[in-house]
Ligand binder design. Structure first.
Ligand code: DON
Length: 619
């Protein structure tokens, strides 16, 4: 590759990244291989010989729906044999695998595309050679009658994501000269593979070969194959994953005819060519490539198109059998509530229960795609340590779960259910197909729960542990000021004196006690009930239960930074800041003690926050 380096030059400030490296690579392919004038434009269909042999377009579609285009990527040409792959997928889905697979084999023939040879059962070798493709068109014609071609055109259009038309001149030209294909048709009728009128079947086949596409269309169609049948641009599920994976299978073994073995050995990307000059390459889970250049080699494959595929595969090491994966990279953090508890404050007795039973709540924060290997690795991490009562899987950073991953996950849940371990999910979108799958497959299992937020899931599991061990999670009882960590070390007289500076307030559930932005003019000591502290954006900072203070940051800040809302009926001692300052002046030693307690509480919060960060940063 000679033109891989960016041309030196000055760029506008925001223009520095205007060319992604892949587009630069495709441009380089276009420049380099455009200089190759080898090969011949197909002429056995007279109309095809009119093609401009210099046309050269490349397009690459990614599975997130981005389409790169270079050169003549919007020049229309006839799809020809590339249609065979899609019509086979269509037949599998509309007629059923059994009917299609019993009529047409899946063995490579090693023959050229137009070979007049059937297998030992007198069936076509595979659906990529003409005999197999004509047989597939025959099955569709048998099922759809005169609507057969329209059914095919509509299906090809869904793969391309736009309405495709047909080139009548190419159709007429092939129809007038297609005796070899007719011979194949009659042979198939003779062996009972075609039951319909051969002329009608050949008309469908010739028409499907004459559908007009561009390199861009082919790239999107290829990306749909690479994406288990979902068009990455329109997001439409065009065919089933079964039909797509079997289509890619025959493309792998036979897509390039008598060059198929060499192709998959050297390039390693399922592909299909057409005598119109198109090449489609579909790399599962990665990309779809479409190229157009009408000059063909002796196998009927586009000379420049083959070079683009070879260069792409070699330069980025994309051979589909040259892959590895690190199963361990899906576990972002793995801890118990000893390292990171919920944001709910707990009273000393409950804290002790949670400390004694911290192994009973295990949290695994997962990330990326949960594949077969990743979920297997996760399941082994569980077995390797003490069995918890609750295992929380946080899936908010999980982008996908593969079918094999879901299957292993569900099997793991069954295993856990047998040991009375409750599985709690957090961060999964309930509307997603992944959740639907998990829900469907876990029907009948009672050990599964789901919370939108990880913190809520941890808090719920903690509540269960406290409850099972005789603790109190409702916080209905009245607490004494002596319990307040902020007032630790104060004598009963000092506590009474402080209390005399404040007044008892009550709030009903849902009532706002403090609003972000207002002046911080008092501190609160929660005597009974529960409050939530939330940032204005809705993020929950803490849940505070009876026996703890809130609004205590007024001692350091002049403005409230969060909202505090009563969660249950609340009783609190409110001490106005001005009165507290007076108390502090008259009793400096007590005031200093309270400020030291505050410093200690803040230090504990800092330690908790650092522990959480370290958990996520750990390798
Ligand atoms: O059957 C034929 O002759 C053409 N309509 C299609 C052949 C084709 O594209 C072969 N592929 N390289």
């Amino acid at each position: 590759m000679t033109t891989m380096r960016p041309a030196p030059g000055r760029h506008a400030r925001n223009d520095w990244a205007s060319m992604p490296p892949l587009l630069r690579f495709l441009n380089a392919c276009h420049a380099d291989f455009g200089a190759d004038h080898d090969g011949e434009v197909a002429s056995y269909i007279p109309e095809l010989s009119k093609a401009n042999g210099e046309h050269f377009g490349i397009s690459l579609a990614t599975l997130d729906g981005h389409v790169y285009e270079v050169g003549d990527s919007r020049v229309p040409f006839t799809i020809q044999s590339i249609s065979k792959a899609f019509v086979f997928a269509l037949a599998l889905d509309t007629l059923g695998a059994e009917q299609v697979e019993s009529a047409i084999g899946v063995e490579p023939s090693g023959d050229p595309f137009n070979s007049i040879r059937l297998d030992a059962k007198n069936h076509p070798f595979n659906p990529m050679v003409n005999a197999g493709a004509i047989a597939v068109s025959g099955l569709i014609r048998q099922a759809k009658g005169d609507a057969a071609f329209e059914t095919i055109r509509a299906a090809l259009s869904r793969f391309a994501g736009r309405e495709l038309d047909m080139d009548e001149a190419v159709f007429a030209s092939e129809s007038a000269t297609g005796d070899r294909n007719r011979a194949i048709g009659y042979l198939l009728r003779n062996s009972g593979v075609i039951k319909d009128d051969v002329r009608a079947v050949l008309e469908v086949y010739f028409r499907q070969c004459s559908v007009l596409v561009t390199a861009r269309d082919i790239a999107i169609m290829a990306a749909t194959l690479a994406n288990r049948g979902t068009n990455p641009v329109t997001r439409e599920q065009v065919m089933t994953p079964y039909a797509i994976s079997r289509t890619l299978s025959v493309m792998t073994s036979s897509g390039m005819y008598d060059y198929a073995g060499e192709w998959i050995y050297r390039v390693g990307i399922p592909a299909k060519s057409g005598v119109g000059g198109g090449i489609l390459a579909a790399l599962p889970a990665r990309l779809g490539l479409g190229s157009y250049s009408p000059k063909l080699d002796g196998h009927g494959n586009s000379v420049r198109g083959i070079k683009v595929c070879k260069a792409l595969s070699a330069h980025y090491d994309l051979h589909m059998l040259n892959r590895s994966d690190d199963a361990r990279n899906s576990v972002m953090a793995d801890y118990t509530i000893a390292s990171s508890a919920s944001r709910r404050s707990r009273r000393p007795r409950e804290r002790k229960i949670l400390a004694d039973h911290h192994h009973d709540v295990r949290v695994m924060e997962l990330v990326g795609t949960l594949s077969f290997s990743n979920v297997d690795y996760v399941s082994r991490q569980l077995i390797g340590k003490a069995r918890p009562q609750f295992i929380i899987f946080d899936l908010r950073r999980v982008t996908a779960i593969t079918p094999a991953g879901s299957r292993l996950l569900i099997e793991g849940f069954r295993e856990l259910a047998a040991f009375n371990v409750t599985v709690v999910f957090s961060g999964i979108d309930r509307a997603s197909t992944q959740w639907q799958n998990i829900r469907d497959w876990t029907k009948g299992l009672s050990n599964i729960r789901n919370y939108p937020l990880l913190d809520d899931a941890i808090e719920w599991a903690e509540d269960q542990i406290i409850y099972r061990n005789g603790g109190d999670i409702y916080a209905v009882e009245m607490t004494e000021l002596a319990e307040q960590p902020l007032l630790a070390g104060l004598s009963p007289q000092e506590l009474d004196l402080l209390a005399s500076h404040g007044s008892i307030k009550t709030y009903s559930p849902g009532e706002t006690i403090i609003s972000a932005g207002e002046a911080a003019s008092s501190l609160f000591f929660l005597k009974s009930g529960v409050v939530h502290v939330k940032l204005p954006g809705g993020f929950r900072l803490a849940t505070i239960t009876a026996g703890m203070a809130f609004g205590e940051m007024a001692l350091l800040e002049s403005e409230r930074s969060a909202d505090v809302t009563a969660d249950a009926a609340v009783t609190a001692l409110e001490v106005p800041l001005a009165d507290f300052e007076r108390f502090r002046k008259s009793h400096p030693a007590t005031g200093e003690r309270i400020m030291r307690n505050l410093a200690q509480l803040l230090a504990e919060r800092l330690i908790t926050a650092n522990t959480k960060l370290n958990l996520l940063a750990a390798p």
